[in-house]
Design a protein around this ligand. Structure first.
Ligand code: HEM
Ligand SMILES: *[C@@H]1O[C@H](CO)[C@@H](O)[C@H](O)[C@H]1NC(C)=O
Ligand SMILES: *[C@@H]1O[C@H](CO)[C@@H](O)[C@H](O)[C@H]1NC(C)=O
Length: 227
């Protein structure tokens, strides 16, 4: 297993340059989207689809999907593979709704709201007895300004190291993406094959899954940067 997990530790460099990816192709029945999908040892699944021309040369949107056990308090995705100074996607269930929150950590304490990443929630966002599922287009997840303010874009042609975090403790106010929450029970890293996540169907997948009707809308109660 190339998945690595630690309670709060930094990972050694050797785990960050793993040659093979932890993701595999997966077709999601709810959306018809083919993702590169990786499931960690906590049973949380992280999925990604990219435009065909995604590379490190210019910013691009991504389609993300997260599937998690409904009993978790929150689950997070750190786009730069570490906690601080990169976009964090944090999601949780609130009854039958899925709530997302765009954050950035500027220290090892509760991450602040992050306005540079914009989410458009898609079909494939729902809660059932065991899991919640979040699907969205994100503009600003794959590019950001690093600690020194230098622009960074994930190399969409290659394999990239991400980090996850989760907590079993519910967030303070599950109804809003602006909620406070407490520290993770666990964090870990994985390698995602971005090159294989690219598809010339990207735009049609987005168009086909836009949350444009009342049925879907009722299942979404999103954060400050709403749909
Ligand atoms: C209240 C919220 C949070 C608190 C108080 C918190 C606090 C901490 C602390 C104290 C560490 C240990 C640092 C060390 O010993 O090296 C850590 C590590 C880490 N945290 Fe958080 N964290 C929070 C939320 C998050 C979120 C939302 C994510 C991801 C979405 C995240 C991802 C990570 C990762 C990947 C590490 C490993 C070390 C690193 O990458 O710098 N954390 N966190
Ligand atoms: C609940 O949702 C999860 C994630 O989408 C899915 O894998 C599972 O089959 C669903 N369970 C039922 C009973 O529909
Ligand atoms: C509206 O959303 C519901 C729930 O996702 C879906 O079943 C239905 O097919 C959608 N209808 C249209 C016209 O997109």
């Amino acid at each position: 297993m190339k998945w690595t997990s630690s309670l709060a530790g930094l990972l050694s460099l050797s785990t960050l340059v793993s040659a093979q990816s932890d993701s595999e192709s997966f077709v999601d029945a709810d959306t018809g989207i083919t993702f590169q999908s990786a499931t960690n040892s906590e049973g949380v699944t992280y999925r990604l689809a990219l435009p065909a021309d995604a590379s490190a040369e210019k910013a691009y949107d991504v389609i993300i999907q997260i599937v998690a056990p409904v009993e978790l308090g929150w689950v997070g995705w750190a786009w730069g593979g570490a906690m601080t100074y990169n976009p964090l996607t944090v999601v949780w269930a609130n009854g039958n709704n899925v709530v997302y929150s765009s954050r950035q950590a500027i220290g090892y304490y509760t991450p602040i709201q992050y306005e540079e990443a914009k989410y458009t929630v898609l079909k494939g966002t729902s809660v059932n007895a065991t899991h919640f599922k979040f699907t969205a287009v994100c503009a600003g997840c794959a590019s950001w300004a690093d600690f020194d303010g230098n622009p960074t874009t994930l190399d969409g042609t290659s394999q990239v190291n991400f980090a996850y975090a989760y907590s079993t403790t519910p967030v303070d106010d599950p109804s809003t993406g602006e909620s406070g929450f407490s520290i993770h029970d666990s964090v870990g890293h994985w390698t995602h094959d971005l090159g294989a996540a690219r598809s010339d169907k990207f735009s049609s997948w987005v168009a086909a899954n836009k949350a444009s009707n009342a049925t879907l809308r009722r299942h979404l109660r999103v954060g400050r940067y709403g749909y």
